[in-house]
Design a protein around this ligand. Sequence first.
Ligand code: AMP
Length: 555
Amino acid sequence: MVKLGETEEGGEALMLGLMQDFPLTVDKILDHAARWHGDREIISRSVEGPIVRTNWRTIHGRAKQVTHALQTLGVRLGDRVGTLAWNTANHIEVWYGIMGMGAVCHTLNPRLHPDQILWIADHAGDKIIFTDLTFAPMLLANLHKAPSVEKVVILSDEAHRPEGAGENVIMYETLIAGLPTDAVWGGFSELTACGLCYTSGTTGDPKGVLYSHRSNFLHTLITLQTDVIGLSQRDSVLVVVPMFHANAWGLAFSAPAVGAKLVLPGPRMDGAAIHELMTCEKVTLSAAVPTVWQMLLQHLDAAGETITGLKRVVIGGSAVPEAIVRSFKARFGVDVVHAWGMTETSPLGTIAAMTADLEELPFDDQIPYRLKQGRPPVGVDIRLLDDEGKTLPHDGATFGRLMVKGPIVVKSYFKGKADVIDQEGYFDTGDVATIDQAGFMQITDRAKDVIKSGGEWISSIEIENIAAGHPKAELAAVIGLPHPKWDERPLLLVKLKAGQTATKQDLLSFLEGKIAKWWTPDDVLFVDDIPLGATGKIDKKLLRARHGDHKLPTL
Ligand code: AMP
């Protein structure tokens, strides 16, 4: 590649374009929202209880107050400031207040174990942590485990100050009260670090992904494409996916970028609370992991309620079950859009938008494609490699390691020793996938969860998705157990719906004909609990620890 100031072979100097140097920094997104969509509302279910309303203009002013406060507290360019908070307008103000001044907003996941949260805060070197009343007792009790943290700001007012809180605890409303609602933002390179998010740590120690302003800005533009999330100013967007989980899939950037109305569920993500916000705020689009939608559908069944006005739900984080896609369409006319991504990809990597050819098909024939994780948008490239690094065909059947490349994809981890990309710039996602002739990628497993039987691979995800469709099943999970002859064989774990009973044979008959015969689980166990990890995915590590010594009848 010819670099700036260098001369190409043959003597031609690189010619630069003559357009403006306009660093792609995220403060410009909120500036834009305040200036052009100032009255558009942001509604939050507050941690204190009531539903509170604000707008982009007010959020902008308060975010600038946060910047002033941080500067007074000694935060400088590049310093890390943590947030351990629900999705609320306050949290958005804090994000922009931190990022706008060139500090790094580090979202901490409260669903992790306290030791892990404090380990991550300390590893990141967080100076200050903004937190909700919900997490303040846990954080304050464990603060000694993260010596880098000097102050804790609680996102509430003096009336809610926890008893006995020391001098290092500041209440948010007191912190920003009376400060100017204008402050200088930006003025630094678009390559400046902007956000930090640690991976869920299902594969060893959590690793920090350090987003730049440029990568977040480009991710915003990528997700705004019609065939991606495609928000509009007219949308009312309910962001259930937490801001601490891979940047709420970019919605805290893309909503202000287009001036959409934002609806934030705060601490309540149960079916009734979500349904109330959806109805009262005329929500048109929402995004969350499958378990949230399962809870909502169960609530609607139990309460005999319906959904109106909702047009699309974006589902990702784990594979979307067929029953959800069908239910939303048949009962409410809502399109489920299945997406794949990871913390390392900002997060959106692929999305199962229908192509012109598929759009012509009846809904039933579209289903196999809607259940896949989809195709990459411009700016993201994917490919499949085998273990020797050979590129695999797009035939919809050959499994391979999913590799991803682009300006929104990690190059190396925070404080990591080396780059984590191959010679051609691709990052190994750790997912195993197929890509079909229409370009639709399908995740078959995490590399470490795939079941290796007789030299071939069995997709645990595929079996569990089908099993979860059994009318009596609430959740299903499949793990591989060691087997002397085959290397590994699948064990199916099923949590039944309350009050239901079923036999091993019921489940196996249900799978028959839907999967290859040799994929049939060697045994079925009915369990009371299928644990979910901190980002709503089935915790296979824990399941292997719990059931790893189960004796298969085929042994
Ligand atoms: P995280 O970084 O916590 O968001 O986890 C990323 C991982 O979640 C990916 O590498 C996949 O294994 C999994 N994942 C994300 N989206 C999907 C999806 N739509 N279907 C199946 N697995 C998914």
